[in-house]
Design a protein around this ligand. Structure first.
Ligand code: 5AD
Ligand code: SF4
Length: 473
């Protein structure tokens, strides 16, 4: 999966009182508490939310304090070495908490979920014996059962098989929404096998959820106040879920169906592969009003030689032609991307090609990474591994260029009126924060009652990460 919330805070516990079966007000002192820390991509954010729901049905409430937790879950990311290693340092801290709590007679279970769990399995328990449970991304619906086995005295459970049953069917219903926007995983896994990427190994082959299940989940989210849904998948535009007529449906068809849900106002999707940007999806950007003018479309590198070595299945020119077609359909579309520097064999000229492509497209947003060799992937054993200092220097240059692109894109919004979906209170008293159609953060002074509404805002100033404006009178 692409991009890129590198170190999320634990999911806040501010919705504790809204969980099923807990009634109003603060949780009872005897309630079991779960701490969840989420690493990596939006799909992990979604999974953490669903794990929390599965546990809420068992009487768990969330806490943002690991030291209070009866159950601590690290929902992990394996995409780059740094993210994976961070898990082990966090496990060291959790081990100390577990020991301290044990002195006070309190039991603590430590669980590792997500892609490190899937990739490293038993190895985690060997390296970090305080871990009680390792659960892969396809098995977290089994958490309640696994926890009762731990309570029954079983130790060091590792559940990383790809089970026959569909976890989505086995999970409890979505709980009331925390916000006006929500993620909805529609597709998982990836068959593209880019040579640098662990996803095909950790998340498995492509799987698309059926349209009916997604319509159902989307309707429930909308009933509970969600207005903006981002459809998630590691290769989301490869979506081919079963329709109600038994035929496979494209992502464009799914978007059209979702757009028929009255209260749903905005639809987005991520992450896409250039090879799967079909004509009907491009056309949807022209015709489907609820589909927001924002597209995250990684190109990874600007040199055809490197793209071939990455097994990306497209050239730089093909990517540019695709962008031109998308812009023809939706001229104001905001484009976002992922880029890797220092892939094995990348020369200075290859890197210059990457910079040139960034300049040519003019991205509204981009995530950039130093290549990180991942065990078991073909690129990790390729000749021509690039030294760390060269990667660092290239990343710095690329990020400077990206900053300029963002400033230009945001700057061009000043003087415009943008419809903003307000999501929550801002840091300053009286201020709300929302999103423009282009996914820009927008701050404006506004009545808190406007959270969940789309309001026109005159944009007055732009920073590198957000816009500020005044509500239209
Ligand atoms: N090294 C660096 N970046 C990577 N990505 C995926 N695998 C690696 C790796 N081994 C990046 C890609 C992908 C994003 C989610 O993470 O750019 O699109
Ligand atoms: Fe990884 Fe490539 Fe699949 Fe994206 S398309 S998840 S980078 S293998």
């Amino acid at each position: 999966m692409q991009s890129s919330l590198d170190d999320l805070e634990p999911i806040a516990s501010d919705d504790v009182a809204t969980q099923p079966g807990l009634g109003e007000g603060a949780p009872s002192p005897e309630a079991k508490r779960v701490f969840i820390k989420t690493f990596g991509c939006q799909m992990n954010v979604y999974d953490s939310e669903r794990m929390s729901e599965a546990l809420a049905a068992q009487g768990y409430v969330e806490t943002s304090e690991a030291s209070e937790a009866d159950l601590a879950i690290l929902n992990t990311c394996h995409i780059r070495e740094k993210a994976a290693e961070k898990v082990y340092s966090d496990l060291g801290r959790l081990r100390d908490i577990k020991r301290d709590r044990a002195k006070g007679g309190k039991e603590t279970f430590i669980a590792v979920a997500g892609c490190v769990a899937q990739a490293e399995g038993d190895e985690i328990v060997r390296r970090a014996p305080a871990v009680d449970l390792v659960v892969g991304p396809q098995s977290y619906h089994r958490l309640p059962e696994l926890l009762s086995r731990l309570r029954g005295g079983e130790k060091a459970l590792v559940e990383t098989a790809f089970p026959d049953e569909d976890k989505f069917d086995a999970l409890p219903d979505r709980r009331p929404a925390k916000a006006a926007s929500a993620f909805l995983t529609v597709q998982e896994g990836c068959d593209k096998f880019c040579t640098f990427c662990v996803v095909p190994y950790t998340r498995g082959m492509e799987f698309s959820r059926p349209v009916a299940a997604l319509m159902d989940e989307a309707r429930r989210l909308v009933d509970r106040g969600v207005r903006d849904i981002t459809l998630l998948g590691q290769n989301v535009n490869g979506y081919h879920g079963e329709g109600t007529d038994g035929e496979a449906k494209s992502l464009a068809a799914l978007i059209r169906e979702l757009a028929s849900i009255g209260g749903l106002q905005r639809i987005r999707y991520m992450t896409s592969h250039p090879r799967d940007m079909s004509d009907d999806l491009i056309a949807a950007h022209a015709h489907e009003e609820k589909l927001m003018p924002y597209l995250h479309l990684p190109f990874q590198a600007g040199s055809d030689r490197i793209l071939a070595a990455m097994n990306r299945k497209h050239t730089a020119a093909e990517y540019l032609r695709l962008i031109a077609r998308i812009r023809e359909a939706r001229p104001d579309i905001a484009l976002s991307t992922d880029i890797i520097v220092g892939f094995p064999g990348e020369t200075d000229q290859d890197f210059e090609d990457t910079l040139a492509l960034v300049k040519e497209v003019g991205f509204a947003h981009a995530f950039s990474f130093k290549y990180s060799p991942r065990p078991g992937t073909p690129a990790s054993t390729m000749d021509g591994q690039v030294p760390e200092d060269v990667k660092r220097e290239r990343l710095d240059r690329l990020q400077t260029l990206i900053e300029e692109c963002l400033a230009r894109f945001n700057g061009a919004s000043v003087g415009k009126t943008l419809p903003v979906l307000f999501e929550k209170a801002g840091r300053r008293e009286g201020q709300l924060v929302g999103r423009s159609p282009y996914l820009q953060l927008v701050h404006a002074d506004a009545d808190p009652a406007l959270v969940g509404s789309i309001v026109n805002v005159d944009i007055r100033s732009a920073g590198s990460n957000s816009l500020s404006g005044v509500i239209c009178g």
